[in-house]
Design a protein around this ligand. Structure first.
Ligand SMILES: Cc1cc2nc3c(=O)[nH]c(=O)nc-3n(C[C@H](O)[C@H](O)[C@H](O)COP(=O)(O)OP(=O)(O)OC[C@H]3O[C@@H](n4cnc5c(N)ncnc54)[C@H](O)[C@@H]3O)c2cc1C
Length: 414
């Protein structure tokens, strides 16, 4: 039996959850919509935390996902600074840290994730930071004085962006990364080497193929000591070692979890009435033919909207090809797809000038595309991936072949 009012409750007031709340209203849902967020702020954009906001160019107010009055105007009961602690799926109730209980008819979990914090000695020292929330960016900014020395640990996308932003603030930066290049796991070493060159050109010292042994200091960070025995003196360390999906509130339910909340192509979990979207969800992707968990801003936006349409009783299967961008210095990297693996990388354009695209193929099928300062190839690549990925590598490499036309035709010329 549905609780009174048939409330739609959303846990996690960020990109996925907030977009879902707005979409429920667009879809004509007139039941109560409750949007619960653990952070003190209204829903905000996270990507500028490692770029414009970290550099001091973007204000806090510029991060808001919607204008301040939006939530009230649309009858969305936004409650910030309050965490959900537990879902009682049998009773259809969400329990909150302040002792209140929120009955639901439909529940969306959009809790994203938390930064991975491996047990590295000295992690607790003052000045060892990581980055996910506004408060984290503020803590980094307080220490990021021009001329200060920073060590960035982990050169994934967030680590690369933080590195570029700290250089823009005039810090000396050393970055430590166990792989042979930045971004090697996502982009491979050929493209990763281009990213390494970009950072070196901007005066970053790279300690590649090395890892942190411990953080050293007396109360506050003084140095990062690596496994190869290097002592990197610093005033600040920023750690970016990936994300763990925040699934603990459904621990007492039968909701299936496997590296995130497992959902179908309509964002439905294994328990009727409970949905999940964004970074926390691992969704079935009908085009890719497997489950994927995607940690990108646009995915959170679109998956949150798709979940809301499903909660409202409609909606098409969610089949978007994952896409994201990363801004580092004057370079924009875009990436689409989600290759589990690839056996061929086809390059197109001028790698030395950092204006090129890379196409990741597995058994002749396009699985992913990266574009460095070359956005149009990504759009064409996405259409080719969505069409099944059959493509002739020679055409991908040939600058005289119009990829847009190739994509519109849905594959290689016969
Ligand atoms: C520094 C940084 C830079 C990024 N840059 C890019 C980029 O350039 N391009 C790109 O595509 N993507 C980028 N991303 C990734 C992108 O921001 C995320 O994919 C997106 O924010 C995911 O949205 P979400 O709503 O699923 O989860 P989140 O944004 O993680 O939000 C989850 C929310 O749920 C709240 N919450 C968690 N548990 C509870 C609870 N129990 N009760 C109540 N609330 C709870 C959290 O406090 C949080 O506000 C970046 C991320 C970070 C951290």
């Amino acid at each position: 039996m549905s609780p009174p009012g048939g409330a739609h409750v959303i846990v996690g007031a960020s990109t996925a959850g907030a977009t879902a709340a707005a979409t429920l209203r667009q879809e004509g849902v007139d039941a109560p919509v409750v949007l619960l967020g653990a952070e003190p702020h209204p829903p905000y954009e996270r990507p500028p935390l490692s770029t414009g906001y970290l550099q001091g160019k973007t204000s806090l107010e510029q991060l808001w996902l919607r204008p301040a009055g939006f939530w009230q105007e649309h009858g969305i009961d936004l409650r910030t600074g309050v965490a959900a602690t537990r879902v009682d799926a049998l009773g259809q109730v969400v329990e909150l840290a302040d002792g209140t209980r929120e009955p639901y008819e439909r529940l969306l979990i959009a809790t994203g994730g938390r930064n991975r914090r491996p047990p590295i000695p000295g992690f607790e020292l003052e000045g060892v930071c990581d980055l996910r929330h506004v408060a984290d960016a503020d803590a980094i900014r307080r220490r990021a004085e021009p001329g200060a020395r920073a060590v960035v640990v982990g050169l994934g996308f967030i680590g690369c962006e933080v590195t570029a932003s700290l250089r823009a603030r005039g810090l000396e930066v050393t970055a430590v990364e166990p792989q042979p290049t930045p971004l090697a796991q996502v982009l491979g070493e050929d493209v990763g080497a281009v990213v390494a060159g970009l950072h070196r050109e901007h005066g970053v010292q790279l300690a590649l193929g090395d890892a942190v042994d411990h953080f050293d200091g007396d109360g506050a960070i003084e140095a990062v000591v690596t496994r190869q025995g290097h002592r990197l003196a610093c005033d600040l360390a920023v750690v970016g070692l990936g994300l763990e999906p925040a699934t603990e509130i459904i621990a007492d339910t039968d909701v299936a979890v496997d590296d995130g909340i497992v959902v179908d192509e309509h964002a439905r979990s294994s328990v009727p009435g409970i949905y999940a979207a964004g970074d926390v969800a691992r969704h079935w992707h009908p085009l890719l033919g497997r489950f994927v968990r995607v940690e990108h801003w646009q995915h959170a936006l679109k998956h949150g909207a798709a979940a809301a349409r499903a909660m409202a009783g409609g909606g098409e299967p969610f089949t978007d090809v994952p896409w994201f961008w990363s801004d580092q210095y004057d370079t924009t990297i875009q990436y689409a797809g989600a290759p589990a693996e690839w056996d061929q990388l086809v390059l197109r354009g001028d790698v030395a000038a950092r204006q090129f695209s890379g196409f990741y193929l597995d058994q002749g099928r396009l699985q992913g595309v990266v574009a460095v300062n070359r956005p149009r190839d990504v759009r064409a690549g996405m259409r080719l991936i969505a069409a099944g990925g059959a493509v002739d590598p020679r055409q991908l490499a040939d600058e005289d072949v119009d990829l847009g036309r190739l994509a519109r035709r849905g594959g290689p010329a016969g």
